[in-house]
Design a protein around this ligand. Structure first.
Ligand SMILES: N[C@@H](CCC(=O)N[C@@H](CS)C(=O)NCC(=O)O)C(=O)O
Length: 338
């Protein structure tokens, strides 16, 4: 009995140590594929198309990392995760990175021991209701039934908001966005609450999007970004600087249309360092000179990815808002490439 417990403890500790140990980059290179955790499906962010090909704003992060590390944006195994399963998938080593509208919070960093490498979308939690409900503010939702995804910050913010406003609600717990959509449209709940970007993405797939309104209240801060395990800072650096390369590329005007030309050398030393004609940044990351060039070429710079997947000219229709470059009054700001 004692022995079993002993071995049990050892195995769990061994697994945790194995998963947390350095060497994710070596594992990815040896495998020839990046295991990237995404959602089970959220239009514009991460969803498979009719041919089963994954695309979207979060998927673009996976593809950029695969291009930087493996030289091939399609060398990705997409692993669908729910709000509940995503953290186990990352902690156990099943995935190398989680890129799935996941909010950077204190406890996910410190307690669950993950490292958020940056923010690719600054969001906040909102509410959607059928127009026919005749509600114009979330404060009028006393007694409402609310569809809510389990294992999310949404669940916790909702409880805080209703308590602070001294109103009550009845939660209808669901596991995936598809289920939420189905339940909400079937009238199983009066309200759907999640990240405002998720509401826009969900409403975009409705037959009659105009029959539903998004209420004015944004009740939380949801900085969404990719994350890796604690304990492998080299791998964290690769994912962090790949994301930064996409953001900085937009700031410096590096696009999929001009990147070939610019990577012959320019009179902007920072562009040269990013694209590998000057300095040794790639080598410092354990990669080659053209890692960032490949990352940017995979789907374009941050602004191009945003415009193609979730921007104002897509069905999701999101404005840049807080996600504009800092030079345009937004929060997107890459540290320097030097
Ligand atoms: N940002 C929040 C919520 C994330 C979340 O799960 N959002 C839902 C609704 S937008 C989602 O992505 N669902 C996709 C799926 O069900 O796979 C968190 O990190 O807890």
């Amino acid at each position: 009995m004692k022995k079993t417990v002993f071995w049990g403890v050892l195995t769990v500790a061994g697994l945790a140590a194995g998963a947390a140990a350095a060497g994710t980059m070596d594992d990815v290179k040896a495998r020839g594929k990046l295991n990237c955790g995404v959602s089970t499906g959220l239009v514009g962010f991460s969803a498979p198309d009719a041919n089963g090909e994954w695309g979207g704003f979060d998927v673009a992060v996976c593809r950029a990392v695969a291009a930087a590390v493996l030289g091939d944006p399609s060398a990705v195994e997409f692993v669908p995760t729910t709000g509940k399963t995503r953290f186990t998938a990352l902690a156990s080593g099943e995935i190398d990175v989680l890129a799935r509208n996941t909010t950077w919070t204190f406890s996910r960093d410190v307690d669950l021991k993950f490292e958020f490498v940056g923010v690719n979308y600054y969001d906040g939690q909102g509410f959607m209701v059928p127009k026919s409900l005749g509600v114009s503010s979330a404060k009028e939702l006393d007694g409402a039934t609310v569809c809510i995804q389990t294992g999310t910050t949404t669940e916790l913010n909702l409880a805080d908001f209703f308590r602070a406003n001294n109103i009550s609600y009845e939660p209808v717990p669901i596991e995936t966005n598809a289920e939420a959509q189905q339940q909400y449209l079937a009238g199983a709940c009066d309200v759907y609450t999640t990240d405002a970007s998720g509401l826009a993405a969900t409403r975009a797939t409705f037959e009659n999007p105009g029959d539903h309104v998004i209420l004015p209240e944004i009740i939380s801060k949801e900085p969404l970004g990719p994350l890796v395990r604690h304990g492998d800072s080299e791998w964290g650096d690769v994912v962090r600087w790949t994301l930064n390369a996409l953001i900085a590329a937009e700031e410096y005007g590096i696009t999929s249309a001009n990147i070939e030309e610019l990577s012959k050398g320019t009179n902007n030393p920072e562009i040269n360092r990013m694209l590998g004609t000057e300095g040794t940044l790639g080598e410092m990351l354990g990669l080659d000179k053209e890692w960032a060039k490949r990352a940017i070429s995979a789907g374009g710079n941050y602004g191009e990815i945003f415009a193609k997947t979730i921007g104002e000219n897509t069905p999701v229709g999101l404005a840049r808002g807080l996600n504009a470059q800092w030079t345009d009054g937004g929060l997107m700001y890459s540290p320097p490439f030097r």
